[in-house]
Design a protein around this ligand. Structure first.
Ligand code: Q9C
Ligand code: ZN
Length: 532
């Protein structure tokens, strides 16, 4: 199953017809630059190309009022002066005679993508569209946006494909307030947005973009805002936001579909965002999202105004959708203090609504009655007590694992080699650490006891080093390692290594044997281990 790329060249038709420094950045070259990038890297050719269709007026009506749709229909016949006058009624918007057509294609592209993914024609995909959509509201254009393609796609996914839970990830650098308003009381759509905020000194200057806007009524906790209060946020900040805010909530929400409001004005070089994240970061973010909803990720272009940065970031995202490994992230992986403050404030604001945030004193201690003021069963804790305990434990383990990853993202040692005496003469490449330390004697003897093959001194010495290496891998000191062990002890050593890894709380363990090796017997088959 592959990746869809939905596009129509008519979407380059709309353009600004008068002077307006605020709007001129939303130009047709945005689409052509992104598409050329994909073609040059051979990525377009690897996708299933779909030609975008226009959304019907009934489909627009899933989100927008009939009067607003009629108003937009009318813009097709207006002259430049009338278009400019009408544009002035909205904040940061321009209309062109082709705007209605383009905006309908943008919505249609998003719907086609959702249909392709939900019918299983493809696993995931990207709709390359303009105008963008996430600022547009039931009866208002805003911030270059005319129809809210992603919001319509979410309603469509529920209505036409019977979905119950849709996650919208809005990584555009602006707050998608339009999307927030549309779903603020709807618990079936979890809306996550990070955005440049600067304590409300950045457009659109809204109080409701802050972390304490968490939704309303039934939708409490299903709006998640992460405001960046400084410019210059980079790879470490974005990864930390995903690891510490979005992913815990998304795992708990368990979406059936992920829609991405994929704006790339959050990337380095963008004049609007002034952020520092490199294009590679979007490959990593995309990869992280693919662990959700069985990989059903539908991305729809929103902003992104630095043509080169936009094109590179789009390519990174498509590469990740295609399943290519993500290039390493550059720069020191240390989040900014201001980013950690923002992350902490969203976690605190959301903690009353999400079990996964209720560990580690992230939230003020709340009594159960605070979570459910009317005394009705809390909508946030819908499961039985055993499941709750298990889920809490899992989330605690995940959370502490993520903390370690974040504190020590690049292990100090890239590769360590644990050798036994006769191999020690090998010349190792520079930067490879020769690991000579060993686990504690009691520990290795305890592990070795059930195995005859580990009774020999040489085998036991090797085992001690393997166990030590394993510890350093698990605590993040070492990224990868190689260990030698005497041939007769290989199976026994592997058996111990597997048990040891599982007992240290590894969630998944893949064991690949090159050559003949028997599957260690009597290992409990709890789904954490794959031997191939
Ligand atoms: N210098 C999207 O990215 N102008 N819309 C802000 C601040 C409006 C952005 C002015 C920006 C709208 C989809
Ligand atoms: Zn934007």
């Amino acid at each position: 199953m592959g990746t869809a790329l939905v596009y129509h060249e008519d979407m380059t038709a709309a353009r600004l017809l008068w002077e307006d420094p605020e709007c001129e950045i939303e130009c047709p070259q945005r689409l052509t630059a992104a598409l050329e990038g994909l073609q040059q890297r051979g990525l377009e050719q690897r996708c299933l190309r779909l030609v975008a269709r226009e959304a019907s007026e009934a489909e627009l009506g899933l989100v927008h009022s009939p009067e607003y749709v009629a108003l937009l229909r009318g813009t097709q016949a207006l002259g430049t002066q009338e278009l400019q006058a009408l544009s002035g009624q909205y904040d940061a918007v321009y209309f062109h005679p082709r705007t209605f057509h383009c905006a309908r294609l943008a919505v249609g592209a998003a719907l086609q993508l959702v249909d392709a993914v939900m019918t299983g024609a493809v696993r995931n995909g990207l709709a390359l569209v303009r105008p963008p959509g996430h600022h547009s509201q039931r009866a208002a254009a805003n911030g270059f946006c005319v129809f809210n393609s992603v919001a319509i796609a979410a309603r469509h996914a529920k209505q036409k494909h019977g979905l119950h839970r849709v996650l919208i990830v809005d990584w555009d650098v602006h707050h998608g307030q339009g999307t927030q308003y549309i779903f603020e009381d709807d618990p079936s759509v979890l809306y996550f947005s990070w955005h440049r905020y600067e304590h409300r000194r950045f457009w659109p200057y809204l109080r409701e973009s802050d972390a304490d806007a968490v939704g309303q009524g039934q939708g409490l906790g299903f709006t998640v805002n992460l405001p960046w209060n400084q410019v210059g946020m980079g790879n470490a900040d974005y990864m930390a936001a995903f690891l510490h805010v979005l992913l815990p909530l998304a795992f708990e929400f368990d979406p059936e579909l992920v829609l991405v409001s994929a704006g790339f004005d959050s990337a380095i070089g963008d004049p609007e965002g002034q952020m520092q994240a490199t294009p590679e970061c979007f490959a990593h973010l995309t990869q992280l999202l693919q662990v959700l909803a069985d990989g059903r990720v539908c991305a729809v272009l929103e902003g992104g105004y630095h043509l080169e940065s936009l094109s590179q970031s789009v390519c990174m995202m498509v590469q990740a959708l295609l399943g290519d490994p993500a290039p390493p992230l550059s720069g020191p992986m240390v989040p900014h203090g201001s980013a950690l403050e923002s992350i902490q404030s969203v976690r605190a604001a959301q903690a009353p609504y999400w079990m996964s945030l209720q560990q580690q004193g992230a939230a003020p201690v709340l009594s159960p009655s605070t979570c459910s003021p009317e005394g009705k069963p809390s909508p946030l804790l819908p499961w039985g007590p055993e499941f709750k305990a298990a889920a809490t434990q899992t989330m605690a383990a995940l959370s502490s694992l993520l903390d370690k990853l974040c504190l020590n993202p690049t292990p100090p040692v890239r590769t360590a080699v644990a050798l036994t005496a006769p191999d020690a003469a090998l010349v190792l490449p520079p930067g490879v650490l020769c690991q000579e330390r060993s686990a504690l004697p009691e520990e290795m003897q305890a592990w070795a006891r059930p195995h005859k093959a580990l009774a020999q001194d040489k085998a036991l010495t090797a085992l001690g080093r393997v166990l030590y290496l394993l510890d350093r891998l698990l605590d993040g000191q070492v990224s990868s390692g190689i260990a030698a062990t005497p041939a007769p002890a290989t199976a026994a050593t592997l058996d111990v290594a597997i048990r040891c890894g599982l007992s240290h709380g590894a969630q998944r363990l893949l064991c690949v044997a090159v050559g003949q090796l028997d599957r260690p017997p009597d290992l409990t088959d709890d789904g954490r281990l794959v031997v191939s």
